[in-house]
Design a protein around this ligand. Structure first.
Ligand SMILES: [Zn+2]
Ligand SMILES: [Zn+2]
Length: 289
């Protein structure tokens, strides 16, 4: 089994970035489409003294910059640092005025509002406790009209869920394991219905534990995709806000022992019910497809 070995102290890695000149070197390599020779790279940054340039470059080589016969280029962590700078998560403050969401709350029929503050989207209902919160980097909303924001947030949430479904942690890329169960007493989901199912995505690497509702977690299941397709609907085009994010009469815990939970999808009077166990394995699809 391949294992993950920490070879460098995190403080050493991040402190090697704590210098304007070094960030300028990383940005120059990011903007170049090819490897740069020592002198090309030197010309691309505003550091006159070549001894000083060499010193700062040396601090980056290995972790963020790699050197080959042809010259200097970014390592994968070097690309990621540049992506994080352009994404604005560390440097911009992502906030905007609250926006009303069109489809009424699937849990209670109330009005919902989307807020974006400190790089986090929160969708809250004015009459029940059903809510969703997830991180979105400012770049995801760049160049978007205000009315597009709920749809963009919906697509970003789907991308995050798809990453989780494929087994990768959104924070550290570590391995994700899934469990289904009732909400924990300390989870901010109370007051909806204590018996609704929650999917818990546990990261073995960093210990993060994102959660989602059962309906949302089943979005990409082939039976669900096919059910909507049969009704002329591409489920990828539907905003997640049409579906219960947590708790509604469309999802329930059916039994504790053995644990069974189910979610029902409804279109034009037709229904599709999917039942899962606590490992989120499908145990039944009704009607059979
Ligand atoms: Zn509600
Ligand atoms: Zn993780």
């Amino acid at each position: 089994m391949p294992s993950f070995v920490e070879q460098t102290e995190p403080e050493a890695v991040f402190s090697s970035l704590a210098d304007k000149k070094r960030v300028a070197i990383l940005r120059a390599l990011w903007q170049a489409d090819e490897e740069l020779s020592f002198s090309e790279l030197h010309d691309a940054v505003d550091i006159e003294d070549s001894g000083q340039f060499n010193y700062h470059l040396g601090k980056l080589v290995g972790q963020f910059v790699q050197k080959s016969q042809a010259g200097y280029s970014l390592t994968e962590p070097g690309n990621q640092i540049n992506g994080a700078i352009d994404g604005g998560s560390y440097t911009a403050d992502g906030s905007m005025a609250p926006i009303q969401i069109e489809p009424p709350c699937p849990t209670c029929g109330g009005q919902r509002t989307l807020e974006y503050e400190a790089d986090r989207v929160r969708v809250e209902c004015d009459s029940c406790d059903a809510r969703a919160a997830f991180g979105v980097p400012p770049a995801a909303f760049a160049d978007r009209e205000r009315e597009e924001i709920p749809a963009v947030a919906s697509r970003y949430l789907r991308a995050e869920l798809s990453r989780l479904e494929n087994g990768f942690c959104p924070y550290c890329d570590g391995r994700i394991e899934r469990h289904v169960g009732p909400p924990e007493p300390d989870e901010p989901l109370q007051g909806v219905d204590e018996q609704f199912p929650v999917i818990r995505y546990e990261c073995r690497q960093c210990g993060a534990e994102p959660t989602s509702g059962l309906t949302i977690g089943l979005f990409s299941h082939p039976a669900v995709v096919a059910f909507y397709h049969d009704h002329g609907i591409d489920i990828r085009d539907r905003p997640v806000w049409e579906f219960p994010v947590f708790g509604s009469d469309a999802e329930q815990i059916d039994s504790e022992d053995p644990f069974r939970a189910s979610a029902t999808f409804r279109v034009d009077g037709d229904e599709l019910t999917i039942t899962v166990d606590e490992q989120f394995e499908i145990v039944d699809i009704e009607p059979e497809r």
